[in-house]
Design a protein around this ligand. Structure first.
Ligand code: ADP
Length: 216
């Protein structure tokens, strides 16, 4: 398993940060002097601290402390992530498909949520694992009952757009206690075309990316 890179700064970076906090604005040359190191040795550390947003550099002035804490910087990054960066391909079935077919699609496509569309490819419903499980323990004929009978339907669907923020999608998933949202395009009026799928897994990936990229 790939290890998640630590967000922590190393000892030297911590010392540089402290020096800039106490003495900034300060040139790279002066920081190097205080640490009895060469300017070249410090270059990667200064680059990291600057890219990560802890320090800012101005020509002919030097480095100064931005005053932003690690968690504040992380929040800034998190609140910039959008759905289109993390969405997956949607898996859809038509509203006339049988419950049996939907179960097969769920296994074959290896997803936990299916989106249901009508003949015009407009979003009309959502099917979760438990929706299909519930239908399966009843006395219904799985081969003949259409998914439109058991799905959660419009206008009760929670949807999102590709420009939406990941953090807002995460809040909706928690608030509605669901696993996935269809990413839609509004074609006309109340008709939505399904263009993507965003799930708890996508959100988890975003968090891991943030941790990995924190100091890159
Ligand atoms: P499961 O039912 O397998 O635990 P979910 O928590 O995602 O999976 O679904 C819970 C219920 O919410 C189901 O009845 C499902 O149809 C419905 N649901 C799932 N996703 C949505 C959505 N985006 N909008 C509205 N309802 C949804």
């Amino acid at each position: 398993m790939e290890a998640v890179r630590k967000i922590e700064l190393n000892k030297r970076q911590e010392r540089i940060l402290q020096i800039v906090k106490d003495n900034g604005p300060i040139t790279g040359e002066q920081i190097a002097e205080q640490l009895s190191l060469t300017r070249a040795t410090l270059r990667p550390d200064l680059a990291i601290l600057t890219m990560a947003g802890y320090l800012d550099a101005r020509p002919r002035v030097g480095y100064f402390y931005t005053g932003k804490s690690g968690s504040r910087l992380l929040t800034e990054r998190l609140t910039k992530l959008t759905v289109q960066q993390y969405q997956s391909i949607p898996v859809v079935v038509t509203d006339s498909s049988s419950v049996y077919d939907a179960i097969c699609t769920m296994f074959l496509e290896d997803v936990g949520t299916l989106f249901v569309v009508d003949q015009q490819s407009s979003l009309v419903g959502v099917l979760s694992r438990k929706d299909l499980l519930r239908a399966s323990i009843g006395k219904q004929m799985l081969e003949t009952v259409p998914v439109s009978i058991i799905m959660t339907r419009m206008p009760n669907l929670t949807i999102c757009y590709k420009e939406d923020l990941i953090i807002d999608v995460a809040k909706k998933l928690i608030e509605k206690q669901i696993d996935a949202l269809p990413v839609v395009k509004n074609n006309n009026g109340s008709l939505f075309e399904v263009v993507g799928r965003i799930t708890k897994t996508n959100i988890t990936r975003a968090i891991v990316d943030l941790a990995n990229d924190e100091l890159v």
